[in-house]
Design a protein around this ligand. Structure first.
Ligand code: FES
Length: 79
């Protein structure tokens, strides 16, 4: 399956990963980046277990594609 190389700014660190266009930010943060602080729960935006901070605003990582996070700063993500 075709993957694109993207670079994400995560916790003030540039991380390069290969993703499919449909990969959720939540899934990419957890694996391959290994940041498991954001948890999968309902996967439809209701429970908030996947909440992260993107450019200073809280976002639900289950509702955001990894490719949408390019050029934004994701913070407060813990392993
Ligand atoms: S997993 Fe429930 S809001 Fe994202």
């Amino acid at each position: 399956m075709y993957k694109t190389e993207i670079t994400l700014d995560v916790n003030n660190e540039q991380r390069t990963v290969y993703v499919r266009n449909a990969d959720l930010l939540l899934d990419v943060l957890r694996e391959p980046l290994g940041l498991t602080g954001a948890k999968p729960g309902c996967l439809n935006g209701d429970c908030g277990t996947c909440t992260i901070e993107v450019d200073g605003e809280t976002m639900k990582a289950c509702l955001m594609l990894a490719v949408e996070a390019v050029g934004k700063k994701s913070q407060r993500l813990k392993a």
